[in-house]
Write a new protein. Structure first.
Length: 194
């Protein structure tokens, strides 16, 4: 859901008691109605919501629009859960880099160019995958993702980039993959080489 803030109509007072917004977040229920009610609150009421959700005073320099967005984000975070560990680590690294250097850049992800061959030895066998435009080829079949190929090879949920050595292993953040979807299936009409 996106929150659009437009003029005076968004600032009208709500008949709904202020506490119902906080109660919705605390009950782990956030719906579009609770979020849209935020648009009707004035800056003082938004600061009160901030205090209830963040357990601290809202920064004085925050605009009304920023408070609406921050409170809406926090309500959803409380109800649905926050960021996973890896994005949290990335954000901390970026913040630390910014503190040290005044510059915050993320290293670019390696782009795999069509024609690149990825090789992996696993359980005494060598596997060769060819990078194609919009997919990968292995054993004459075309796949949408490396993870689908890694699952076919190992018979278990694997991150394809991790399996083929394209990203470092972080065992602490590894989670089992959800039930395999259509990415496991070869694309129809495939005559790819690999």
């Amino acid at each position: 859901m996106s929150l659009a803030i437009h003029g005076a109509s968004a600032r009208q007072k709500s008949d709904e008691p202020l506490s119902s917004i906080s109660q919705a977040a605390n009950r782990h229920v956030v719906n579009e109605e609770a979020l849209s009610r935020l648009l009707t609150l004035d800056i003082g009421e938004l600061r009160q919501q901030w205090r209830g959700l963040y357990k601290t005073q809202a920064p004085r320099h925050f605009s009304r629009e920023l408070l609406v967005r921050a409170v809406a984000y926090r309500m959803q975070e409380v109800a649905l859960g926050g960021l996973r560990p890896e994005p949290q680590r990335q954000l901390r690294r970026i913040a630390q880099q910014f503190k040290k250097t005044g510059d915050a850049t993320m290293p670019a992800r390696a782009e795999l160019k069509p024609g690149t061959r990825l090789m992996r030895e696993w359980q005494g066998r060598t596997y060769d995958v060819l990078v194609l435009d919009g997919g990968f080829s292995w054993q004459g079949m075309r796949y949408r993702s490396l993870s689908a190929i890694a699952r076919k090879i190992t018979g278990t949920p694997w991150s394809g980039p991790l399996f083929f050595g394209l990203k470092p292993n972080r065992a602490a953040t590894r989670r089992p993959s959800p039930v395999p979807d259509r990415a496991d299936e070869p694309m129809a009409g495939s005559d790819a080489v690999g």
